[in-house]
Design a protein around this ligand. Sequence first.
Ligand SMILES: [Zn+2]
Length: 449
Amino acid sequence: MRTWIKNPLAVWTGNDTDAGNGIVIDGTRILELVATGSEPSEKCDREFDANGLVIIPGLINCHHHFYQTLTRAFPEALNKELFDWLISLYPVWAGLTEESIALSTELALAELMLSGCSTASDHHYLFTNQISTAVDIQVETARNMGARVVLTRGSMSLGKSNGGLPPDSVVQDEDVILAESERLIQAYHDAKPGAFVQIALAPCSPFSVTQNLMRDSATLARKHGVLLHTHLGETEDENEFCVSKFGKRPIDLLDDVGWLADDVWLAHGVRFSDDEIARLGNAGTGISHCPSSNMLLASGVCRAKELEAAGAPVGLGVDGSASNDSSNMMQEVRQAFLLQRTRCGSANISHEDALRWGTAGGAQVLHRPELGTLAPGSAADIAMFDLDELRFSGSGDPIAALVLCGAHKVRHMMVGGEWRVTNGELVGVDVARLRARHQELADQLTARA
Ligand SMILES: [Zn+2]
């Protein structure tokens, strides 16, 4: 079945190709880009009128904690920086249930998809004794919604009694972590291009896991050909913790355990020196820049341009909804644009840099060359925005308008050739039911703390 998405207002392909007269999709993939003034090379079965729509590749979110949608604007965590913020929230998160994991996953994916995000990574690291099946629940939820996901099996093993930051109630035995990680890879990881579910391994951070777990997770990931992910270089507190506990900066610890490599991506990457940026670039280690979270927790500004120039792929992440407190990927593109401009100046950052990080950059970080651009053979992950809001009135360049005027909601989106948002509504999701039950579960969770 061939569909011609025709007559758009503008198309940003991410690869400088002209698709001024639309895109032909065939099944799950893009078949052809139709240049301005051209027609598809072969007859199509269907046409979709994209009149007035601005089309970009589906956005790719490289870092999130879906469960944190349950603790947005949590009063005890307000106005704190990372370590104190985490210490206020760990005991609340210890009360997650199977239903709250399912509903927070569904809600976060709903927010993301409505904002133009077709591929989302999640980092779930809260595994208490009661719940070992969080990732299984997330797989089922994402499949039901038709979202493309890279679910990372997170872990914490260094509890407070052993000098770590998290309370002992939320850390797990390392043998259990490794056995569960392998089970999830074997059960769900799909290595094929166009996969809807992939698994990666993600020990949480230098202050919540041991070096042994980092090493063993890398061995296990490489045995199965899956990626590795962690938080690194987020704050100065982290640098001080690592120097005082291990006598090394975070990046040296990363190097020691075999993680300075191109099958690794790091969330944040704010606190790196020039030399460390060069090492990350040489290794090809990916970075998920999380501008809103870094601003909210006053962590600092990732040197995204320098990392990219050094050879480190850069994507964007909304980060957890307790440190953003939103999961809007299109708004994150705008945040990256504005934040990087304050540091680099107008001549050095354009709206297209930010769009690239939110699309092809993320695809490179996640080793998914079939995603992130509109090209023949790529997955048919296509986000379509209209400009029918007051905020767009008077705008000139429609692509620049998405970023500069603050687009925040798609009109339509397809993932793998299937419509997942039509006329601004999610397909197959009862949003009123989702919101009501999610709020009830959030109230229960925070009341327990
Ligand atoms: Zn995070």
